[in-house]
Ligand binder design. Structure first.
Ligand code: HEC
Length: 154
């Protein structure tokens, strides 16, 4: 009987606690809510295919455009000629994101050639950086370098 009684109590109490905790969080944290800083958590594995498809061919140890190598976490976070371009938690302040929004004819617009990223892809990059720029060290975070023109194709 005691167990039966205590169940509805804890069910009632939980949402109240959750709501007050939520209010407290949104009052303290500027990134909570629906503002321009709002972001969905993006894990590295969700972001990785974009890097492989749109970026790595010009940012690897053989083609080091802009001094930026995106093959692993250490190199990517070290940045390129203009310094670190990924600032975890600050997409708007990250060069890595800013270059995606530049007009296509701009020298610094990325990708430098080929189609620009669409809105969903840009949002993925935004949310990945904003939610902490998850990128594991070691083999898990290694990006395979694909040569622009493989030698056996020539
Ligand atoms: C076709 C080649 C090419 C592709 C693909 C490409 N880039 Fe670049 N990237 C360049 C060149 C060339 C530069 C140097 C010009 C500059 O500084 O803007 C550069 C520079 C950069 C820089 C500035 C580095 C610094 O510190 O000065 C960033 C950040 C960057 N690229 C991000 C990206 C991202 C993100 C992608 C994929 C969405 C991408 N690039 C795809 C050629 C490319």
């Amino acid at each position: 009987m005691i167990a039966v009684l205590s169940l509805p109590f804890s069910q009632k109490a939980f949402p109240v606690v959750a709501i007050s905790a939520g209010l407290l969080l949104s009052a303290c944290s500027p990134s909570a809510g629906d503002g321009p800083n709002a972001a969905t958590k993006v894990a590295f594995n969700e972001f990785k295919p974009l890097l492989e498809t749109h970026c790595i061919r010009c940012h690897n140890t053989k083609s080091v455009f802009g001094g930026l190598i995106l093959e692993n976490r250490a190199k990517a976070f070290a940045g390129g000629n203009r310094g670190p371009s990924i600032k975890p938690g600050d997409a708007a302040g990250s060069l890595f994101y800013q270059v995606l929004d530049l007009p296509a004819d701009q020298y610094h617009a990325m990708p430098a050639t080929g189609p620009k990223l669409n809105e969903a892809e840009k949002k993925l990059v935004h949310d990945w950086i904003q939610s902490g720029a998850d990128w594991p060290e070691g083999p898990e975070g290694q990006i395979k370098t694909v040569a622009t023109v493989p030698s056996d194709n020539i």
